[in-house]
Write a protein that binds this ligand. Sequence first.
Ligand code: ATP
Ligand code: MG
Length: 553
Amino acid sequence: MSTPPNHFIRQIIDEDLAAGRLPAAGLRTRFPPEPNGYLHIGHAKSICLNFGLARDYGGQCNLRFDDTNPCKEEVEFVEAIARDVRWLGFDWDSRQFYASDYFERLYACAEALIGKGLAYVDDLTAEQIREYRGTLTEPGRDSPYRTRSAAENLDLFRRMRAGEFADGTRVLRAKIDMASPNINLRDPALYRIRHEHHHQTGNAWCIYPMYDFAHALSDAFEGITHSICTLEFEDHRPLYDWCVANCPVEATPHQYEFSRLTLQYAVTSKRRLTQLVADGTVSGWDDPRMPTIAGLRRRGVPPAAIREFCERIGVTKSDNAVEMEMFEACVREELDRTAPRRMAVLRPLKLTLANWPAGQVEWLTAASHPKDDTFGTRELPFTGELYIDREDFLESADKKWKRLVSGDSVRLRNAYVIRCDEVLKAPDGTITELRCHCFPDSLGVNPDGVKPRGVIHWVSASHGVPAEVRVYERLFTTAFPDREDGDFRQFVNSDSLHVFTAVVEPALAQAGAEARFQFEREGYYCRDSREPGLVFNRTVGLRDTWQRKAGSE
Ligand code: ATP
Ligand code: MG
């Protein structure tokens, strides 16, 4: 592996190490997803950063589910998240934690705050609380319940826990400063009442801690040294520090913020992705068009390509949307190295060799990778009836056309040179078959006086295997679906899936689920993991055709 690039969080850690500020146990980070959806490419940046730092500095990274809002969370998401992080190549040993593991300790911290006069039970409604909060330009006002005694607060808080009050009737609030210029410090809620079943704690609780409170303290409980999150939490940092400073915890974690990843032509928000799944725009969270880890995986993106991408985009505090080309370049580079070559004809056009002995099968040996012998070879059956791609033939063309043309010759990849002598058509003019001549001694050498225009791929008609090939276009018609006016779904590309009834070389019939290949001259493809039949998803094309379609070759 290449040496990891330096960035500001590494510099902070290096300084902490040099100053002896890290505990003996070393660096501790965590990846804290809320299990309310599947992970997306943005999360991958956070995963690679947190787990990558722990790996590079000999520390540990915990997987912690921030499960403080039972209404939107599900075990399905917990399992999917763990699966995706593992697939990305990271491991948390037995350190899979849940904020809900700490509900009792969090509750004790809340009681401690009440005891110190730093938290109070407020009876204002949610709407009143909003009104009292003030605005960016006006200070807030104190709630009339702010001056309750510690004893009264403790009694009410215990009764909140005991289930005496209905949802939304009371909250526990931190007593900080209603006039603070930082709205997050205007007595933020710490606990709310939710009579909801929780996927981890069942019906044990009817009050649930708020994210800021639970997050800061969970970090402290786990001895997290560097709590790394995205920039939108920058204004929450004073509250984070307040919780750590005022609650009975030993560790003093610090929060650092970096800019979130946004990727052009994609949305990276669980809420938006949930909408696409719910309204059937895509077939599910793992639809190969989705920028989810599960979708990218099913599409054939190797985890190493995602890790490389996350290294290349770096870690900064400045916001910018990364171009899809950059992501695809990482995918292409990885697959070029790792994907065996195969042949698949997406738009089959029959080609018969008039001079080939009837019924004869010749097995040709072809390298599985042009640059790497360790991939070995495979046997290709060559027969008198073949398929080539319809797009590789023209009745007439100038010399720039490097494929088959009527009356001229071309090399069949890994096989013979052929010449097209006759074009058969249906009454409507569609070409139904090409009658060709095969140059018998042309394996590896051009026959005397014959200069094939180029090389095209093919599959034996008798030995080829039918397969469904799914080719995906971008999911959105604009690079910034999220930033445009109105519902982002108006920018969904209604033509993002093209299905081909292809014929593929026989070796592909045995492809395992998720096996990745380069279909020569076509692109990179992956055997679909869900469909029982032989289905391949296109991962990415061979060249960058993202902004404009490539020319004729
Ligand atoms: P979303 O907006 O998609 O719902 P979230 O931030 O609410 O994302 P969490 O489950 O809370 O989702 O995220 C877990 C971690 O991943 C957090 O630390 C968060 O900062 C980080 N993260 C989420 N989205 C991105 C992104 N686009 N780029 C980098 N990190 C991200
Ligand atoms: Mg979140």
